[in-house]
Write a protein that binds this ligand. Structure first.
Ligand SMILES: CC(C)(COP(=O)(O)OP(=O)(O)OC[C@H]1O[C@@H](n2cnc3c(N)ncnc32)[C@H](O)[C@@H]1OP(=O)(O)O)[C@@H](O)C(=O)NCCC(=O)NCCS
Length: 256
């Protein structure tokens, strides 16, 4: 049986409303006040208000009544555990994964900074070899893919970057590995949000094993077809769950 997970896209280009502010609890308001840049504050308030509305809809309660707790390394959860969720933001976008069945982690990235340097710090030996033989023009997109896979797993587990990403083998191939971590096997599902398509859809990247290039001795590959559909400034994302997940659709999180 495949578990159901929903990914919600939350556009953050518009500023928050008075209603958005009113939904946040004391901790969220304090956190919002600590942002140095006004833009970061506005995106945070917008994302958390949308997250509350979505979770309230899923849990069947009022958005301002939701009570959050934090795990050992800060992973937020609902106090009553009714809905599992995870949030990620990048630029003017946030995504929220929700599920009543499985633990989830999600990550999106809009662009990679200093890809070559960071790759050395986060890739496993096998991933490093596969990365090195990629054509230069697909390396940034490939790095974003592998990085979002790692972060999604680490966020699903809840440890985040307290665990060295070099301990998590997710692969660069079209079909992600299923890493084992914290005693569980994690399933990964890549997705891409194309620019100019706000608020949705996000499409799931399909495996293209037959068109793969280049393949190296580790068997890792990135397909030409896959690389070419990653437009500049696309949002590359990955969802991780501790059970096989159905290829879910992406829904707009801009609900009122
Ligand atoms: C979790 C982490 C990887 C997020 O990295 P990021 O790329 O900057 O951020 P993303 O946008 O993808 O995700 C941020 C969201 O993840 C969630 N989150 C926070 N900590 C988390 C954790 N340990 N595990 C999973 N999700 C977490 C929050 O909802 C957060 O959103 P918010 O800042 O609006 O509340 C990073 O913050 C981390 O490694 N944290 C754990 C270690 C740590 O510093 N803990 C401090 C408290 S003990």
């Amino acid at each position: 049986m495949e578990a159901a997970v929903t990914i919600w896209h939350i556009p953050l280009s518009e500023g928050p409303t008075v209603d958005d502010h009113a939904l946040l609890d004391v901790a969220e308001r304090r956190r919002a006040e600590r942002f140095l840049r006004e833009g970061d504050r506005r995106r945070y308030v917008r994302a958390h208000a949308a997250m509350r509305r979505i979770l309230a809809q899923e849990a069947g309660c009022r958005p301002d009544r939701l009570v959050f707790v934090a795990g050992e390394y800060g992973k937020p959860a609902l106090a009553d555990g009714s809905v599992r969720f995870n949030l990620s933001h990048s630029g003017d976008h946030a995504v929220l994964a929700t599920s009543v069945e499985v633990e989830v982690g999600i990550d999106i990235e809009i662009r990679a900074i200093d890809t070559q340097r960071i790759a050395r710090l986060v890739l496993t030996d096998g991933e490093t070899k596969a990365f090195a033989v990629l054509p230069a023009d697909v390396q940034e997109a490939a790095f974003l893919r592998v990085w979002t896979r790692k972060e999604a797993v680490l966020k699903a587990v809840g440890c985040g970057l307290t665990l060295d990403p070099r301990n998590v083998e997710v692969g660069l191939g079209s079909v992600p590995e299923t890493p084992e971590l914290a005693g569980q096997r994690w399933r990964l599902c890549d997705f891409t949000l194309a620019p100019g398509l706000e608020p949705s859809p996000i499409r799931f990247t399909q495996p293209h094993r037959d068109a793969a290039f280049p393949t190296n001795e580790t068997g890792a590959s990135v397909s030409q077809a896959e690389a070419s559909i990653w437009p500049v400034n696309a949002l590359i994302g990955c969802l991780a769950a501790n059970k096989k997940i159905a290829p879910v659709g992406i829904r707009s999180g801009a609900i009122k």
